[in-house]
Ligand binder design. Sequence first.
Ligand SMILES: *Cc1c(COP(=O)(O)O)cnc(C)c1O
Length: 380
Amino acid sequence: MSNRTLRAETIAAHALRAIDAATGAVVPPIYLSTTYARDENYAPLLKENYVRSGSPNVWQAEDTITALEKGAASLLFVSGMSAISILLETVPMGGHVAAQQSMYYGTRNWLERLAEKGRITLTLFDAGDRSALANALRPNTDLVWIETPSNPMWDVIDIEAAAKAVHKVGAILAIDATGTAAVTTQPLTLGADIVFHSVTKYLNGHSDVLGGVLVTREVNARWAEIASIRNKTSSPLPPFECFLLMRGMRTLHIRYAQASANALAIARHFSNHPKVEKALYPGLGSHPSHDIAKRQMTNGYGGMMSLLLKANFAASQKFCTRLEVITPATSLGGVESLAEHRKTVEGQASPTPDNLVRFSIGIENVNDLVSDIEQALNGL
Ligand SMILES: *Cc1c(COP(=O)(O)O)cnc(C)c1O
């Protein structure tokens, strides 16, 4: 059966049946060679012959992600920010970029830096306002960057509607789909041009690999430029990290399903708690974008949620350190639950509310997580 007909869980669990042809090893070996011999026609045996352009481990992991996203090709990078900055490098000088106001703060800071230097022009729009994206577009818009669901309020943007609006002005739509992990939404099938994941998060899932990936709907000149910049900046994900990523992706779907079930139960439990002002989770009927989420996140709402506490900045920060099962740490998408006071991390200029605690819910027993949050709230 071709990878086109296999279902996503099978593709991930078999890691594309990357059985080693030479030995029959079910788990592919790690190829540490930096260079590969040419054949009698002086052509590389595989795609390239030098590790800065890629390696067998990187191609295996890329092909798996391409199949999961139903794309045309993928490129893995040494980090999510490396992938994002290289994509932005392909925006023409002075080109216009539109992006959400509320999103992963590393990306927002990088966009603002490029705008301050005059490298791009930038419009930030409110992801919670459904007409804001169309109003942010210009005749010279080159790229629209959308994160869905978006940090840390978990607004879900309608990708199909966004793609129509973005293509009308001739721009490309890139989706930061880190939170949907190729499990619950496939943005390329909804009209997006490029999908991005920080593979540091759900795709690897074990908090032990830093990496990023771009997946394209179409192999074109821009894609070739991205591959060329990855080579020149020496940014492909190294073989050992690719091996770990392949190992992590084999359990992607069961990890994501468990995290989604846990997060939904926790969000429901704490949405009516006396010490909680509001639970933010796209799977809750009370979330402003629940109608879009219901349509677009077809296989779980993921493990990311936030609680707005009835507490000030200091008490909300203190709450995180009172947790005993959940670890106060940054990042997301691992098997272990994490909590973070985002305003402390993002700084006072950030639009994130003082009383917001972001949770990355893992795969633990949900009752242990609920009791832990209860005991930390009781200390407020
Ligand atoms: C972590 C993250 C990034 C950046 O990825 P790194 O792998 O940390 O460089 C970008 N977007 C989102 C939504 C993230 O969570």
